[in-house]
Design a protein around this ligand. Structure first.
Ligand code: NAD
Length: 504
């Protein structure tokens, strides 16, 4: 795997979020920020966000400590593969910082600004290499939300845009290319319209900040993670779709319901907004609210995963890429001797796998064995391409034996023994150990049935994986049988008491 180093200029909310996203990807970070105490604050922010990043999924080699602090923006720009500027949203300040970064970076290094709405053409003015400057606008928290808006300026080269798309895709983000260079780009124009309206409603004493948030959270906000405003309104028109919706509600669009210009930010309005939000926070610190927000975001993304909708699609993509990146073994090659047993999967106990006692749940043990089976399939040559062809293994029976507990953050490794295979079946035995030790924590014996997924019934394994499975089964036949194989559960009925023999 290529290990990139990401350069950060500005390490506040957004810069530190980029740091966590890059570190979770297994990359290194070189950072600079002029504020006193900024390095310590960055390291604290990384520690605070790391459990959420781990919950989303860490790539092999991910290490929150892989951060070095630079003495200047020039030092950052000279030594990294990618520069991300996240300084305050002031055009003059950003322009002078970008000029310094541009003067120090090798010409092919792309420099991206996290700006929320400034025009890249204006930001690039005065740079010697404006062709490598563009906007990469993320969303807070950057380590969880996948959206990035890529905006090119007049001088930005197609190569720089292509490099940006490759870079952000590599960070498992959703790439939204803003085709026309406009202030506020796309997402912030939508967010701002809502926010400006909220400011008016608070200013006019129509509603409190809490009431306005309820108006989003209990209704439209729930829909937005899966469908944006447009598709949502297409459904709101019933069978007539958006055409009916526009005809029905079109007249209301003419009514003076909304303002586009924000009200004057008077001290009174700032106070009303702040006291409203503080009342909503109900004594909870920003760190506590961040933790709550992160947990909820991950739950929403997980819930969307099976339908492949929105951020759920990226969640599945991330899992697949982490697996592919962590693959320790190449698929079996004909004529080679498979290791006996196979050791294809290891992992660290993730926050989502533990219960209120801090230990892994039963379901999580099965999850780990599921990933180990996935690795076995890949070793046998059963991957996305094979499944797309309409074939897969389904599990038809599982026996799990629990022997020990596993705590948050502990490393687990799984060995796999193939006990038997025939045209349609694979009989396997997974053993889960604590770290590098031989302490057995859990074992699973499983029967897998090969199916034609389109026809919905069992079918013979295709020739390549069939040969691989036979080779593995032959190599593993020489191993001793696991003592826990073929176990069944039973509380034996006590034997009837022995009657004393009658006296003759
Ligand atoms: N906060 C958000 O929700 C959000 C979302 C997307 C994009 N952005 C954009 O990201 C950028 C950073 O915003 P933020 O929310 O992280 O702000 P922030 O105030 O949290 O952080 C800004 C950081 O820049 C540092 N800084 C000050 N002067 C600097 C200079 N000359 N050079 C380098 N760093 C300097 C500050 O010390 C601070 O650590 C802005 O362009 C903003 O529009 C913010």
């Amino acid at each position: 795997m290529t290990r990139k180093t990401i350069g950060l200029a500005g390490t506040g909310v957004i810069g530190s979020g980029w740091a966590v996203r890059a570190l979770a990807r297994g990359y290194g970070v070189v950072a600079w920020d002029p504020a006193d105490g900024a390095e310590a604050r960055l390291r604290e922010a990384i520690d605070r966000a790391w459990p959420s990043a781990a919950d989303l999924g860490l790539f092999p080699g991910a290490d929150p400590g892989r951060v070095s602090w630079a003495g200047s923006p020039e030092e950052v720009a000279a030594s990294v593969d990618w520069v991300q500027e996240s300084a305050p949203e002031r055009e003059d300040l950003k322009r002078s910082l970008l000029r310094r970064l541009d003067a120090a970076a090798p010409p092919r290094t792309v420099i991206a600004s996290s700006s929320s709405g400034l025009l890249p053409t204006r930001l690039a003015e005065g740079c010697a290499h404006p062709e490598r400057l563009l906007i990469g606008h993320p969303f807070n928290p950057v380590y969880l939300l996948p959206l990035v808006e890529v905006v090119a300026g007049e001088a930005t080269s197609p190569d720089a845009v292509a490099a940006a798309l490759e870079h952000y895709d590599d960070l498992v983000m959703h790439l939204l290319v803003v085709r026309t260079e406009v202030e506020g780009y796309l997402s912030d124009r939508l967010q701002e319209a809502l926010w400006r309206e909220a400011l008016h409603l608070v200013h006019d004493r129509v509603a409190t900040t809490g009431e306005l948030d309820d108006a989003v959270v209990y209704g439209p906000g729930l829909r937005w993670a899966a469908m944006g405003t447009n598709l949502t309104f297409h459904l709101a028109g019933g069978d007539g779709g958006i055409r009916h919706m526009l005809r029905q509600f079109g007249p209301a669009l003419k009514l003076p319901w909304t303002h586009m210009e924000a009200p004057e930010l008077s001290e009174e309005l700032i106070e009303a907004m702040a006291s409203g939000c503080e009342a909503q926070a109900a004594g909870r610190s920003i760190a506590e609210l961040e933790k709550l927000r992160d947990g909820c975001l991950i739950s929403v993304m997980r819930a969307l995963r099976p339908s492949g909708v929105g951020a759920g699609r990226l969640m599945a993509e991330r899992e697949a890429r982490i697996l592919a990146a962590g693959a320790t073994a190449q698929p079996w090659a004909p004529g080679t001797a498979p290791p006996a047993p196979l050791e294809l999967y290891s992992s660290v106990v993730a926050p989502a796998w533990v219960d209120y006692n801090g230990h892994m749940t039963e379901a999580a043990f099965l999850t780990v064995f599921g990933w180990a089976s996935d690795r076995l399939f890949r070793y046998l040559g059963i991957d996305e391409g094979y499944r797309a062809g309409g074939h897969s293994f389904y599990t038809v029976e599982t026996h799990i034996n629990h022997l020990g507990e596993a705590a948050l953050g502990e490393r687990l490794r799984v060995t796999t023994q193939v006990l038997g295979s025939d045209a349609k079946r694979l009989h396997i035995f997974h053993s889960m150990y604590r770290g590098d030790s031989e302490e057995l924590l859990c074992a699973a014996e499983q029967m897998l049935l090969h199916v034609d997924t389109g026809a919905g019934h069992s079918a013979p394994v295709l020739p390549g994986p069939a040969a691989a499975a036979a080779a593995v089964a032959a190599a593993h036949a020489k191993l001793p049988l696991p003592t826990l194989r073929g176990r069944r559960m039973e509380i034996p009925t006590p034997a009837p008491p022995v009657q004393p023999a009658a006296a003759p």
